[in-house]
Design a protein around this ligand. Structure first.
Ligand code: 5RP
Length: 234
Protein backbone atom coordinates (compact mmCIF):
# COMPACT_ATOMS: atom_id res chain seq x y z
CA UNK A 1 0.00 0.00 0.00
CA UNK A 2 1.46 3.39 -0.96
CA UNK A 3 2.19 6.09 1.61
CA UNK A 4 -0.60 8.18 0.06
CA UNK A 5 -3.13 5.37 0.49
CA UNK A 6 -2.05 5.00 4.12
CA UNK A 7 -2.37 8.76 4.71
CA UNK A 8 -5.85 8.78 3.18
CA UNK A 9 -6.97 5.79 5.27
CA UNK A 10 -5.69 7.46 8.46
CA UNK A 11 -7.46 10.71 7.50
CA UNK A 12 -10.76 8.93 6.95
CA UNK A 13 -10.43 7.08 10.28
CA UNK A 14 -10.07 10.46 12.03
CA UNK A 15 -13.43 11.61 10.65
CA UNK A 16 -15.05 10.42 13.88
CA UNK A 17 -13.85 13.75 15.36
CA UNK A 18 -16.09 15.68 12.97
CA UNK A 19 -19.38 15.82 14.86
CA UNK A 20 -22.21 18.27 15.17
CA UNK A 21 -21.36 21.29 17.34
CA UNK A 22 -17.63 20.55 17.55
CA UNK A 23 -14.75 22.91 16.76
CA UNK A 24 -12.02 21.07 14.86
CA UNK A 25 -8.50 22.31 14.09
CA UNK A 26 -7.21 21.59 10.60
CA UNK A 27 -3.49 20.84 10.19
CA UNK A 28 -1.25 21.53 7.24
CA UNK A 29 0.34 19.20 4.68
CA UNK A 30 -0.60 16.36 2.36
CA UNK A 31 -2.08 14.12 5.08
CA UNK A 32 -4.04 16.99 6.60
CA UNK A 33 -5.36 17.77 3.11
CA UNK A 34 -6.88 14.28 2.88
CA UNK A 35 -8.61 14.95 6.20
CA UNK A 36 -9.85 18.36 5.06
CA UNK A 37 -11.38 16.88 1.92
CA UNK A 38 -13.07 14.04 3.83
CA UNK A 39 -14.24 16.35 6.65
CA UNK A 40 -15.74 18.83 4.18
CA UNK A 41 -17.66 16.03 2.47
CA UNK A 42 -18.93 14.64 5.79
CA UNK A 43 -20.00 18.05 7.14
CA UNK A 44 -21.87 18.77 3.91
CA UNK A 45 -23.48 15.33 3.58
CA UNK A 46 -24.62 15.16 7.23
CA UNK A 47 -25.47 18.90 7.42
CA UNK A 48 -23.23 19.27 10.48
CA UNK A 49 -22.79 22.48 12.42
CA UNK A 50 -19.03 21.94 12.84
CA UNK A 51 -16.54 24.82 12.95
CA UNK A 52 -13.03 24.45 11.59
CA UNK A 53 -9.86 26.35 12.56
CA UNK A 54 -7.14 26.37 9.86
CA UNK A 55 -3.42 26.36 10.72
CA UNK A 56 -2.12 27.93 7.49
CA UNK A 57 -3.12 29.91 4.44
CA UNK A 58 -2.91 26.76 2.28
CA UNK A 59 -5.29 24.94 4.62
CA UNK A 60 -7.57 27.98 4.75
CA UNK A 61 -7.67 28.16 0.94
CA UNK A 62 -8.51 24.47 0.50
CA UNK A 63 -11.13 24.46 3.26
CA UNK A 64 -12.72 27.64 1.95
CA UNK A 65 -12.87 26.22 -1.58
CA UNK A 66 -14.66 23.18 -0.16
CA UNK A 67 -17.22 25.38 1.59
CA UNK A 68 -16.23 24.58 5.19
CA UNK A 69 -17.44 26.70 8.11
CA UNK A 70 -14.15 28.41 9.03
CA UNK A 71 -13.39 30.38 12.18
CA UNK A 72 -10.13 31.79 13.51
CA UNK A 73 -8.45 30.77 16.75
CA UNK A 74 -9.30 34.27 18.01
CA UNK A 75 -13.00 33.40 17.60
CA UNK A 76 -12.59 29.85 18.92
CA UNK A 77 -9.70 29.62 21.39
CA UNK A 78 -10.96 26.34 22.89
CA UNK A 79 -10.83 23.64 20.24
CA UNK A 80 -12.32 20.17 20.68
CA UNK A 81 -9.87 18.30 18.45
CA UNK A 82 -7.12 19.12 15.97
CA UNK A 83 -6.20 16.65 13.26
CA UNK A 84 -2.75 17.19 11.77
CA UNK A 85 0.11 15.31 10.14
CA UNK A 86 3.66 14.88 11.40
CA UNK A 87 7.17 14.33 10.09
CA UNK A 88 8.07 11.82 12.82
CA UNK A 89 6.55 10.41 15.99
CA UNK A 90 8.03 8.18 18.66
CA UNK A 91 6.65 5.76 21.28
CA UNK A 92 6.14 8.63 23.77
CA UNK A 93 3.87 10.53 21.34
CA UNK A 94 6.58 13.13 20.81
CA UNK A 95 6.51 14.61 17.32
CA UNK A 96 8.72 16.44 14.89
CA UNK A 97 6.62 18.82 12.82
CA UNK A 98 7.27 21.76 10.56
CA UNK A 99 8.44 20.08 7.37
CA UNK A 100 5.92 22.33 5.64
CA UNK A 101 6.87 25.33 7.74
CA UNK A 102 3.57 25.75 9.61
CA UNK A 103 4.91 24.64 13.01
CA UNK A 104 4.17 27.87 14.91
CA UNK A 105 0.46 28.01 14.10
CA UNK A 106 0.15 24.22 14.25
CA UNK A 107 1.56 24.24 17.78
CA UNK A 108 -0.73 27.08 18.91
CA UNK A 109 -3.81 25.35 17.49
CA UNK A 110 -2.79 21.83 18.54
CA UNK A 111 -2.00 22.88 22.11
CA UNK A 112 -5.35 24.72 22.35
CA UNK A 113 -7.21 21.48 21.63
CA UNK A 114 -8.65 18.91 24.03
CA UNK A 115 -7.30 16.26 21.66
CA UNK A 116 -4.47 16.65 19.21
CA UNK A 117 -4.64 13.76 16.80
CA UNK A 118 -1.79 12.99 14.46
CA UNK A 119 -2.61 11.21 11.23
CA UNK A 120 0.20 9.67 9.21
CA UNK A 121 1.55 6.84 7.11
CA UNK A 122 3.72 4.11 8.64
CA UNK A 123 7.01 5.74 7.60
CA UNK A 124 6.53 8.45 10.25
CA UNK A 125 6.95 6.04 13.18
CA UNK A 126 10.50 6.08 14.58
CA UNK A 127 12.34 4.49 17.47
CA UNK A 128 14.23 7.72 18.16
CA UNK A 129 13.36 11.17 16.79
CA UNK A 130 15.92 13.04 14.73
CA UNK A 131 16.44 11.46 11.33
CA UNK A 132 14.10 14.17 10.02
CA UNK A 133 15.77 17.60 10.32
CA UNK A 134 14.33 19.50 13.29
CA UNK A 135 12.83 22.83 12.17
CA UNK A 136 13.37 25.84 14.42
CA UNK A 137 11.46 29.02 13.60
CA UNK A 138 13.56 32.05 14.53
CA UNK A 139 13.37 35.81 14.43
CA UNK A 140 14.60 37.38 11.19
CA UNK A 141 16.41 39.96 13.31
CA UNK A 142 19.72 38.46 14.38
CA UNK A 143 19.22 35.17 12.56
CA UNK A 144 22.96 34.42 12.38
CA UNK A 145 23.45 35.31 16.04
CA UNK A 146 20.60 32.96 16.97
CA UNK A 147 22.06 30.21 14.76
CA UNK A 148 25.39 30.61 16.53
CA UNK A 149 23.73 30.36 19.97
CA UNK A 150 21.86 27.23 18.87
CA UNK A 151 25.08 25.68 17.56
CA UNK A 152 26.81 26.34 20.88
CA UNK A 153 23.89 24.82 22.81
CA UNK A 154 23.95 21.72 20.60
CA UNK A 155 27.66 21.17 21.21
CA UNK A 156 27.05 21.60 24.95
CA UNK A 157 24.29 18.94 24.73
CA UNK A 158 26.63 16.51 22.98
CA UNK A 159 25.44 16.92 19.38
CA UNK A 160 28.92 17.42 18.00
CA UNK A 161 28.06 16.39 14.43
CA UNK A 162 24.87 18.47 14.13
CA UNK A 163 24.42 20.20 10.78
CA UNK A 164 22.39 23.38 10.55
CA UNK A 165 21.01 25.21 7.55
CA UNK A 166 18.72 28.17 7.02
CA UNK A 167 15.79 26.87 4.95
CA UNK A 168 15.46 28.07 1.37
CA UNK A 169 12.65 27.65 -1.14
CA UNK A 170 12.94 25.50 -4.28
CA UNK A 171 13.89 28.71 -6.07
CA UNK A 172 16.78 29.25 -3.64
CA UNK A 173 15.15 32.21 -1.85
CA UNK A 174 15.03 32.38 1.97
CA UNK A 175 11.97 30.47 3.21
CA UNK A 176 9.77 32.76 5.33
CA UNK A 177 6.89 31.39 7.41
CA UNK A 178 3.40 32.88 7.48
CA UNK A 179 4.41 34.58 10.72
CA UNK A 180 7.25 36.28 8.81
CA UNK A 181 10.18 34.29 10.20
CA UNK A 182 13.03 32.17 8.78
CA UNK A 183 13.48 28.51 9.70
CA UNK A 184 16.74 26.85 10.72
CA UNK A 185 16.73 23.09 10.06
CA UNK A 186 18.97 21.04 12.34
CA UNK A 187 20.16 17.58 11.35
CA UNK A 188 20.81 15.71 14.59
CA UNK A 189 20.52 12.09 13.54
CA UNK A 190 19.24 10.91 16.90
CA UNK A 191 17.59 13.13 19.51
CA UNK A 192 18.47 11.44 22.78
CA UNK A 193 17.18 14.15 25.14
CA UNK A 194 14.14 15.71 23.46
CA UNK A 195 12.73 17.48 26.56
CA UNK A 196 16.09 18.97 27.55
CA UNK A 197 16.85 20.00 23.97
CA UNK A 198 13.42 21.61 23.59
CA UNK A 199 13.79 23.48 26.89
CA UNK A 200 17.18 24.89 25.94
CA UNK A 201 16.07 25.87 22.43
CA UNK A 202 12.95 27.57 23.80
CA UNK A 203 15.16 29.57 26.18
CA UNK A 204 17.45 30.76 23.40
CA UNK A 205 16.82 34.41 22.49
CA UNK A 206 15.60 34.61 18.90
CA UNK A 207 13.91 31.20 18.90
CA UNK A 208 10.20 31.57 18.22
CA UNK A 209 9.12 27.93 17.94
CA UNK A 210 10.66 24.50 17.81
CA UNK A 211 9.33 21.65 15.70
CA UNK A 212 9.33 19.38 18.76
CA UNK A 213 5.76 18.74 19.91
CA UNK A 214 6.06 17.25 23.38
CA UNK A 215 3.05 16.46 25.56
CA UNK A 216 0.64 17.84 22.96
CA UNK A 217 -0.38 14.85 20.85
CA UNK A 218 -2.58 12.29 22.59
CA UNK A 219 -3.61 10.06 19.71
CA UNK A 220 -1.79 8.80 16.62
CA UNK A 221 -3.82 7.34 13.77
CA UNK A 222 -1.42 5.59 11.40
CA UNK A 223 -2.16 3.94 8.08
CA UNK A 224 -0.21 0.72 7.56
CA UNK A 225 -0.11 -2.07 4.98
CA UNK A 226 -2.39 -4.08 7.26
CA UNK A 227 -4.92 -1.32 7.92
CA UNK A 228 -5.26 1.64 10.25
CA UNK A 229 -3.76 1.52 13.75
CA UNK A 230 -4.94 3.91 16.49
CA UNK A 231 -2.51 4.54 19.35
CA UNK A 232 -3.60 6.42 22.47
CA UNK A 233 -1.26 7.98 25.02
CA UNK A 234 -1.75 6.56 28.51
C1 5RP B 1 3.66 21.09 8.25
C2 5RP B 1 3.74 19.81 8.99
C3 5RP B 1 3.18 18.60 8.33
O1 5RP B 1 2.15 18.10 9.12
C4 5RP B 1 4.26 17.56 8.16
O2 5RP B 1 5.32 18.14 7.42
C5 5RP B 1 3.74 16.30 7.47
O3 5RP B 1 3.43 16.57 6.15
P1 5RP B 1 2.76 15.47 5.20
O4 5RP B 1 1.41 15.16 5.75
O5 5RP B 1 2.69 16.17 3.86
O6 5RP B 1 3.67 14.27 5.18
O7 5RP B 1 4.23 19.72 10.09
O8 5RP B 1 4.31 22.12 8.95
Amino acid sequence: MSADTQKKAAAEFALKMVVNGATVGLGTGSTANYFIEAAAAKAKRDKLDTKFVPTSQATYALAQKLGMNLVTIEDAPFIDATVDGCDEFDGSFRLIKGGGGALHREKIVGSSSKFMITICDASKKVETLGAFPLPIEVSKFGVNATAWKIERALVHLGYKDAKMSIRVTKQGMPFITESGNPIIDIRLGKITNAEQLDGILNNTPGVIETGLFIGICGVVIMGTDKGVVELTRA
